[in-house]
Design a protein around this ligand. Structure first.
Ligand code: CP
Length: 321
């Protein structure tokens, strides 16, 4: 694996899931794979799970990990080519990234979208500029439009928890929009849809209020409905997430609290397991009764972030055949 930016960088999702589960069973099985190697993790935006799980994963492989909170501690970076840097940006990525490429063996980056300009955000300029100029493998710790480490984790967690009642029955997986107090990126929802569709092992349904259609580039293959109750029927897994509008970009229209998942709605499902990437706003996006109840997978899901990161780093580190 030369980079990890989206599901398109993965040749076999199930093999990567099994690799991750192998690390879960024995975290130090490849403890020397990353010896004398260093990963730089650049955060242009806040994180808890991604930062810590990537650091732990690197250490499990014997790799040194250096965290740099560029957004709060570094020089303000410029990403536009041929920019006249007379504004707030101090250093161009074409000067900074090659230096990082000399310090590190792998560069991992978290950026967020502006949610102001769809074309800019969906061009993925920030991560593409790092790929162009760093000269070393780049791993996405969440970009403007995708969160692949989260999605790999989600498939690991579904794989662990799916117990088919009859042979060959596919799980029904529902991605449901949930209310929030402010417009959020579409990254997690886009990425989840992209990975579940590429995996091809589920009956996949997406439900959201009117105006919250996601980019078809990621959802194509899923059933999309505005009727949440209909979507929840017989679901085995319900993935809960807020996102802002894609078409009329970055807005929040309907914020109906009726879209928050409750135990009453859970009765429509096949005793579904409930997932969320976290952080979550309790009793806005997801109810206490669900988060603290027996069907919630959120802690297991977040814990699995380590094994997803470890599997990806080991694929990048392993010697080419
Ligand atoms: N799910 C996730 O990416 O969490 P953090 O923002 O805390 O990294």
């Amino acid at each position: 694996m030369k980079q990890f930016i989206s599901v398109q960088d993965v040749t076999n999702i199930d093999a990567l899931v099994q690799k991750a589960l192998g690390y879960k069973a024995d975290r130090f099985k490849d403890r020397t794979l990353g010896a004398n190697k260093r990963i730089g993790c650049l955060f242009l935006n806040p994180s808890m799970r991604t930062r810590l799980s990537t650091q732990v994963a690197a250490q499990n492989l014997g790799m040194e990990c250096i965290i740099f909170n560029v957004g709060s501690e570094g020089w303000a970076l410029e990403f536009e080519e041929e920019a006249i840097m007379s504004g707030n940006t101090v250093e161009h990525v074409k000067d900074a990234a090659p230096i990082m490429g000399k310090y590190f063996d792998i560069l991992a980056i978290r950026t967020f979208p502006s949610l102001k300009n769809k074309e800019d955000d969906y061009s993925e300029l920030y991560i593409k500029q790092f790929i162009k100029y760093a000269g070393i493998p780049v791993v996405s710790l969440e970009s403007a439009t995708l969160h692949p480490l989260q999605s790999l984790t989600d498939i690991i967690t579904i794989t662990e928890n799916y117990k088919p009642q009859t042979a060959n029955r596919k799980p029904k997986i529902v991605l449901t929009w949930a209310p929030h107090i402010k417009p959020l990126p579409q990254c997690v929802a886009n990425s989840f849809a992209q990975w579940i569709n590429a995996w091809g092992k589920a009956d996949f349904v997406i439900t959201h209020p009117e105006d919250y259609e996601l980019n078809e580039e990621f959802t194509k293959g899923a059933t999309v409905t505005l009727d949440q109750d209909e979507a929840l029927k017989d679901a085995d897994f319900v993935y809960v997430k807020n996102w802002s509008t894609f078409n009329d970009y970055g807005r929040m229209y309907c914020n109906d609290p009726e879209w928050m998942l409750t135990n009453e709605k859970l009765k429509l499902t096949n005793n579904a397991k409930i997932m969320h990437c976290l952080p979550v706003r309790r009793n806005v996006e997801l109810s206490d009764e669900i988060l603290d109840g027996p069907n919630s997978l959120v802690t297991q899901e977040a814990a699995n972030r380590v094994w997803a990161a470890q599997a990806v780093l080991s694929e990048i580190l392993k010697p080419a055949l």
